[in-house]
Design a protein around this ligand. Sequence first.
Ligand code: NAP
Length: 278
Amino acid sequence: MTQMNITDKPIRIAIIANGKYQSKRIASKIFNVLRDDPDFYLSKKNPDVVITIGGDGMLLSAFHMYEKELDTVRFVGIHTGHLGFYTDYRDFEVDKLIDTLRQDQGDSISYPILKVKVTLDDGRVYRSRALNEATVKRIEKTMVADVMINKVKFERFRGDGILVSTPTGSTAYNKSLGGAVLHPTIEALQMTEISSINNRVFRTLGSSLIIPKDDRIVLVPKRLGTYTVSIDNKTYHHKNIAKVEFYISNHKIHFVSTPSHTSFWARVKDAFIGDLDS
Ligand code: NAP
């Protein structure tokens, strides 16, 4: 757990809600309570704390809204459905969240994020940060790409594409592809294949790989054409990619450390296994 600088100034709070009626209702309840409290200042500009209301998808969007301010912003989420992976509070626990913010000492829980650098054949470079994952797929035909891990030419991949996830993203798209669930305190990336072709001629490892903190994955497409690079909930189209590099960012995402912070394994059980007694 780390601690952010806490001063006597009011805590600047941004409230970000998705379009659902229930989320908007909770947003206005929080707004009405905090706006008259001198310990808080409501502003979407340079917030200290971002409260998201919706689901994990809403937190992903808020992450990208504030991705350039990650070192100074902490996030806390309210889920308007089931217990989420990025959300500590449910919709009926708004008062509990407000109490937590009143007693806040600046403590945070931090998790690694992914840095992606796309270099095109003409030299143009696009850099992004992902909270869940990044994928690279080829549009027209089978993707053929060399996978390098720390300059070792590891394999020649043929198939739909490659996904690289963060530890917190391991329970999202990565898991649907058969990737492992990684505890978010493990500073590692996971590379998972998307429908690789494996037969007597073409071979890839087949299982997903856990890559440690300082290692770098580089994907070198072997064919010209249009590729999609998805970063969490956004997709970009690029022509003629020279290489795509994946590594753990120097920055992390910080969450408000709350008494409601549920064990990661309880969240995994709640999301994927359910009640054992039924
Ligand atoms: P979305 O439809 O809102 O999100 C898809 C689902 O993924 C939602 O149920 C969302 O939970 C859940 N989710 C998001 N982050 C998660 C995490 N870290 N662990 C477990 N579940 C998580 O779509 P979106 O807003 O565009 O979100 C994009 C994300 O969808 C991507 O980052 C990717 O991980 C995921 N996705 C999954 C698949 C797949 O599983 N086949 C395919 C494409 C994309 P909430 O309901 O709480 O929001």
